[in-house]
Write a new protein. Structure first.
Length: 160
């Protein structure tokens, strides 16, 4: 039995999955710490502000924002509560359907995002370029883009 588990653990797919998870955790910890220290934003905060900055009139239905960020309804509620408390996002109602609520980027939210964007992109580049050459970074992006739902949406980390 132990032999079977050892063989399974060394399969290329399992090894790739394990390394993908480790890479995700280590890079997000590092980038999150820098973003939090420099700008008081988590990666999820930053991503929410970024998605809203690209939306028409800086607003999206809360369910659409949750879908875009791959968050559950309770996850988007917690995230937006913090952003609302900080004055970076506000609730907006729909004039034609009172059941619909929007998350809307405030001027302060747009300013916070713009202030953080260049530092965050620089941190991403520095982290990856410290360990990989340009061709390897391109190859990783191409390979990961083949996985389901990975290549959907805008891939830039800077506001439009």
């Amino acid at each position: 039995m132990a032999q079977v588990l050892t063989e399974q653990a060394t399969e290329p797919a399992v090894r790739a999955w394990t390394r993908l998870l480790r890479a995700y955790v280590s890079t997000t910890r590092s980038l999150s710490a820098e973003l939090l220290e420099g700008h008081g934003l988590t990666l999820n905060d930053y991503e929410a502000l970024l998605v809203l900055s690209r939306a028409e009139e800086g607003r999206l239905k809360r369910v659409e924002l949750a879908r875009s960020l791959m968050l559950t309804p309770s996850g988007i509620t917690r995230l937006l509560e913090g952003l609302e408390d900080a004055g970076l996002v506000e609730r907006a109602s729909c004039k034609t359907d009172l059941r619909v609520t929007y998350a809307q980027l405030t001027d302060a939210g747009r300013e916070k995002l713009e202030a953080a964007a260049s530092d965050h992109v620089a941190s991403i580049r520095a982290l990856l370029e410290q360990h990989l050459v340009h061709d390897e970074i391109d190859a990783i992006a191409e390979i990961l883009g083949k996985l389901p739902a990975v290549a959907e949406g805008d891939e830039s980390c800077s506001p439009g």
